[in-house]
Design a protein around this ligand. Sequence first.
Ligand code: ATP
Ligand code: MG
Length: 571
Amino acid sequence: MHEESRRPGNFIRQIIEADLRAHKHGGRVATRFPPEPNGYLHIGHAKSICLNFGIAEDYGGTCNLRFDDTNPHKENIEFIVAIKEDVRWLGYDWQDRLYFASGYFEQLYDYARTLIYKGKAYVCDLGTEEIRTFRGTLTEPGRDSPYRNRSVEENLDLFARMRAGEFPDGSRVLRAKIDMASPNINMRDPTIYRIRHGVVHHQTGEEWCIYPMYDFTHCLSDSIEGITHSLCTLEFEDHRPLYDWFLDEIGVPCHPQQIEFSRLSLQYTLTSKRRLTQLVEQGHVEDWDDPRMPTIAGMRRRGYTPAAIRDFCERIGVTKADNLVEMSLLENIVREDLDRKAPRRMAVLHPLKVVIEDYPEGQLEQVEAPNHPQDESRGTHTLPFTREIYIDRHDFMEDPPKQFKRLTPGGEVRLRYAYVIRCTEVIKDERGEIVELRCSHDPATRGANPQGRKVKGVIHWVSATHAREVEIRLYDRLFEHPTPDKVGDGKDFTKLLNPNSLRTLTRSYVEPSLEQAKPGDTFQFEREGYFSLDAASTREGKAIFNRTVTLRDSWAKIEQEQHAPKPGTEN
Ligand code: ATP
Ligand code: MG
């Protein structure tokens, strides 16, 4: 048992450490991550996963993966498979502790009967609407259901017949008998079982036509699994009295402690599963793993690493305060992580052909480029250099402002790891568009650090004869609005989507060594940013690279530039 942990403390860890000192729960720590399999996991879930699994790791405890599967009409196997993959990818292991709330249905049914025996639950024939009106409001107490005083025998009989399928959907429910005047509406005789015919549950098939409600299921599943600390988000704070009531009234041997923390909200995106589902179903994004989605699958496809996501979850901390985290925090962490890990390569996103006229036709040189400028031990790779190359359109200006350090008519620039070239002629098409540059080169300047030659600019390039044509996808924030989560239900949040969240460059070129890249590999394209080879698709045989993140925080830069405009700087 570790009393001191490696990770930064938070109020939940303090509670656990105090419990351990007091030898509560026999000195055990058992947590669980309880997703509902009705969507893919997102960055908010990652916070919960890191918290639950992290605590188990640090205190020598266990963390279960439990599917909270009591709404079969919204759930399916695809989500179960995806959730397992995502938790594993994040680096956590539930070992042999994979559970389903549906695995407890028989036991939960018995627990419900226990409540009926004790006069603490009854079958109610009010319809959904009536139940709602009888419930009262925050300022008015509720009214007792006319079925509240049914005998134990009648309740047992009706509940058994609900299970046997004798009654149609919505005709009856089982309710806890607590207090219709409670100031906490959750305690006003909440429904604990409802009838649902005709759904095939992904685990239990057609065995059941009654399904337990979340509040009843969750606390009892925790108890059955011997969970010690049941960590959940703040919206369950008002449900805690009910969590405790079920466990106390049924008299289970294990009574876990529910502790609430605030949900993660991230700027410019959503952490509402319902709204993410809508984005997928209405085709606003490609799918759940669209690289613009805040889903774990989306972030993986975009090139984020599990380490970066875990680091982010740690740095945002765990509190009870509402928090809206800046997107730039996540992006900066991804950038730092990739700066250390990603090999350097060259890619030309907006190609402009350059013909080096004094370089012999058919000649091929292999120039050497480091894999990582700060880490020599990672070695070098070679790049073919030829008479025809591509440079980026943005690295040439016909009519440059003073500060422009790259190629201009008559000017010189260094091709990184190769030669200094001079632009001798600009070739345009009939519409006046620049289509090609003619250049000369200085053979004495080859290499990374040649002597005695000072040029202001260094640009990247690829050999036009050897480069591979690829598609590049540039992503930006999914929403233009910083808090699309907070927009009221009456308004259409999809109107706040950023129309430029995806820009596709269909004809870009990468150096030939990238032929060996495997789906999911991420690189720094020098001077351009971090890019990951798409794992899901290719277009017309061409590889697709997703931009993971830019080299610098371009949003911060835009804000700076608004204060001090600098013409001619890169975008
Ligand atoms: P819903 O229940 O509406 O489908 P949910 O986001 O609560 O959505 P669950 O699958 O029930 O989804 O969540 C699993 C666990 O992840 C829960 O313990 C939940 O509290 C936690 N969780 C969900 N969203 C966040 C978030 N944004 N920040 C932190 N934890 C979260
Ligand atoms: Mg939930």
